[in-house]
Design a protein around this ligand. Sequence first.
Ligand code: ZN
Length: 272
Amino acid sequence: MDINTYCAGDFRLERLPNRWQVGRFAALDALGVAHLVTTRQGPDVQQVRHDPAPPGREIAHILGLEHVAFLDQVHGGAVLECARDGLAGAADGLVTAAPGLALLGKSGDCPLVLIADRRRPAVGFAHASWRATVAGITTAVVRRLVDLGCDPADLVACICPSAGPCCYEVGDEVRCAALEQMGPHAAAFFRSPGRPGLAHGSGDMTARTGRLHFDLWRANACVLARAGLACSSIHVAGLCTICRNDLFPSHRREGDAAGRFAAVIGRVAPAR
Ligand SMILES: [Zn+2]
């Protein structure tokens, strides 16, 4: 498996008639999968907590979907299946086989991974924060889709805009947790920009205080390939929410005042 061969760059931003700016993946459009990623020029979905509230329902309506389900996202490895409207529970992965139901994930820097099947109506998403990624959330969502009858070889996954490898600084405890829970290969997901080529003397201080960058895009792409998805079926938007805070809310940039953007996926019910 070559974790560097995933496709990239098929994510585009467009303007809806209601003036929201949203992103879409060509790979999901090609399958007829209803989906979108909201931006700062759109709703703040922070308030979608216990009931869908207007933004959740409006997004579902725009996509031609009837209902919307979402999670109390808790940065773990648990996945739920749902078939109806509203809060499905506390977890970081959600799957459904119910046409007409929109699954809504919320982010303020964390990668949301949208997954659809080429042959079946099943869809799902993972809220792949660093803790959830290390806890195996993306693999767990694929497994849950397999339980619904999906073949991993038929799955298409799209990693939404999030804190990128350019900006996502973490402490060494995050690298240690990743190595322990994901395995030694996780070392490849970290780099220390300030470290290479430093001379002795004052440079050593920079080396000691240099922070690690965690590449959550690469980590999740690798996890998806290990779970059996074709590398050509793994797509990365490649937009960093910290660099592009003009487009997306970022918790790292804005702190607790940051809003949340949404990534939503579903299958339109056949006409009755
Ligand atoms: Zn960045």
